[in-house]
Design a protein around this ligand. Structure first.
Ligand code: ARG
Length: 573
């Protein structure tokens, strides 16, 4: 594809550095801006910084340069006070986009900038034997989208699910299962049954100190790899994972590995040893801590006074493990903002240990989700299971589709599959619609509306284009003439299509899938406007083919955009 910005860099480099090197190519490239509205051009180059060099008024400089440069890629180059504004040649734009889509189809706009780089993305990471509730959806869906965005850009991604499968609570669970548990009953509804046992044992230990000791003893057995303890723990892990996997399957989310906290326990001693040798680990009231005052952070507790390690100790080992295994360009943790301090401390401790790769660790934080009828709380027992939310979304869409069947008097094929694609897609879309750090309120009405800024709306536009292509007998090898796309609406679509790659690049730099979400709405809207004002299937073959090629490009990019969000793009709706 023609890169119009690069063309500007080339033109300006030739002009400014004609006689002697005045500015570097990087400086030119970094100075180029996208104006706030298209009336001011597609790109602008501010010349303030040249005033010192040329000892002239910036407006005069802008005028002189604008008047002296020409390029086939721009139909107008003009100056406005201290800016040089560039207007893209519409024919060139149309030509480059239609060529790209014709040649690369589903690979349209993929830049390959990540080739040869590994990126670790960790997301979801629920605690086993605990409910997988609606609060987990954020990490799961945001993380999956970030992974997809990196994949699109050509990075080699490795997805981790850092299961919370270690800790003293497993001593308690083991005792509870041994006392009151019935494996067959538990296996029927693992999480709910384990939760009951967990609540029960927590109550019992309050009144029975001996029981508490028993729980401690069983955790110690687990740590020492006692066969029975290990077997029970493994079983708890397996049945929990079975339930989590059901949800991941519904969400179409996959992992390369489920290495949980327990996996890293064997790597901890070496890390503690290293910390000890680095001199960073100091005694404090019998515990071992790392002082982080030079980072303006509270000290990090590494080993408790009873000698046991904690959450962060396992994260140190995990970060080093990932570094050794993958030499990642980034090691991304998609975890709620409540853990921001934890990740700041983790990075600081890694630095104190002398690990020069500590900056590869990136915490991608996000705000809280709450329900319309109040906040989410597991402790108060008002658990809303994610699976139920996904099922409810699917059911609601199925109802809408059934009504549609009645209204239209015709059956919808694969109604169940479609209901799941639209319902679950809608939940994901809403999840990915806002800046991730913002708290948001989950609303059924907003999520499932077929109009406005929603998943179903975007999916619907995609399906509409599919049927349009079918109706017009679209042939990708048919004769086209890019110069025929010259209406305001067409130009608007072309410009939006052109921006796709940049949007995805921005999304990956800022770890913000919502750039892509909003983009899909923008493109769907631009298309709808066009569709309402233009007869696409016309008698003139070349004109029809050209317009359909534009439609095909929109369809392909919407589908690709939805794919980056983990949302299906059904062809019929
Ligand atoms: N299991 C933790 C929780 O549910 C999240 C784990 C985050 N990842 C990590 N590497 N610390 O809160």
């Amino acid at each position: 594809m023609v890169n119009f910005k690069d063309e500007i860099v080339k033109i300006l480099d030739e002009k400014l550095n004609e006689e002697s090197q005045v500015v570097s190519i990087e400086e030119i490239a970094n100075s180029i801006e996208v104006p706030p509205n298209y009336e001011m051009g597609d790109f602008a180059f501010p010349v303030f910084f040249l005033a010192k060099i040329y000892r002239k008024n910036p407006a005069v400089i802008a005028k002189e340069i604008a008047e002296s440069i020409k390029s086939e890629y721009f139909e107008k180059i003009e100056s406005k006070s201290a800016y040089i504004n560039f207007f893209i040649n519409k024919n060139k734009l149309s030509e480059t986009i239609l060529n790209e889509i014709k040649e690369r189809k589903e690979d349209y706009g993929k830049p390959g900038i990540g080739a040869g780089k590994n990126v670790v993305v960790e997301y979801s990471s629920p605690n086993i034997a605990k409910p997988f509730h609606i609060g987990h959806i954020r990490s799961t869906v945001i993380g999956d989208s970030i992974k997809r965005i990196y994949d699109f850009l050509g990075y080699n991604t490795i997805s981790y699910n850092h299961l919370g499968d270690y800790g003293t609570q497993f001593g308690m669970l083991i005792v509870a299962i041994k006392r009151w548990g019935d494996r067959e009953v538990i296996e029927k509804d693992p999480i709910a049954e384990l939760l009951k046992l967990y609540v029960k044992i927590n109550k019992e230990v309050e009144i029975d100190p001996e029981l508490r000791d028993e729980c401690r003893a069983w955790f110690a057995k687990l740590e020492n790899k006692d066969e029975e303890a290990l077997e029970l723990w493994q079983w708890i892990r397996d049945v929990s994972l079975m339930e989590f996997n059901k949800v991941y399957k519904m969400l179409d989310i996959n992992y390369d590995t489920f290495k949980g906290e327990s996996f890293y326990s064997e790597y901890m001693p070496a890390e503690v040893d290293k910390l000890e040798k680095s001199g960073a680990l100091v005694e404090s009231d019998g515990a071992k801590i790392v002082d982080l005052s030079k980072y303006n952070l509270p000290p990090s507790l590494i080993i408790k006074s009873d000698g046991s390690t904690i959450y962060i100790t396992r994260d140190i080992a995990a970060a080093h493990y990932r570094h050794r295994e993958h030499q990642p360009y980034k090691n991304i943790y998609v975890v709620g903002s409540q853990q921001s301090l934890h990740f700041q401390q983790l990075k600081a401790v890694l630095k104190e240990m002398g690990y020069d790769w500590s900056d590869e660790v990136v915490h991608v934080a996000f705000g809280m989700v709450s329900l319309e009828d109040g906040t989410l709380s597991t402790r108060k027992g008002r658990v809303v299971y994610l699976e139920d939310v996904l099922n409810k979304a699917t059911d609601k869409v199925r109802e809408i589709l059934t009504q549609r069947e009645i209204d239209r008097g015709e059956k919808i094929e694969n109604k169940d599959e479609l209901a799941a694609q639209v319902g679950i897609g809608a939940v994901k879309f809403q999840e990915l619609f806002n800046q991730r750090i913002k708290d948001y309120v989950f609303s059924w009405d907003k999520t499932l509306s077929f109009e406005g800024e929603t998943g179903p709306y975007v999916q619907y536009v995609h399906a509409r284009i599919c049927s349009l292509l079918e109706k017009g007998n679209f042939d990708i090898n048919g004769k086209i003439d890019p110069s025929l796309l010259n209406s305001e609406e067409e130009y608007n679509i072309l410009r939006t299509l052109y921006n796709f790659t940049n949007v995805v690049i921005d999304a990956h730099e800022k770890y913000e899938p919502y750039f892509v979400t909003r983009y899909t709405v923008e493109l769907a809207r631009a298309f709808n406007k066009y569709y309402n004002q233009t007869q696409i299937i016309v008698d003139d073959e070349v004109l029809k083919n050209t317009r359909l090629m534009l439609c095909y490009a929109v369809k392909t990019v919407i589908k690709e955009g939805l794919q980056l969000l983990g949302i299906a793009a059904p062809e019929k709706m």
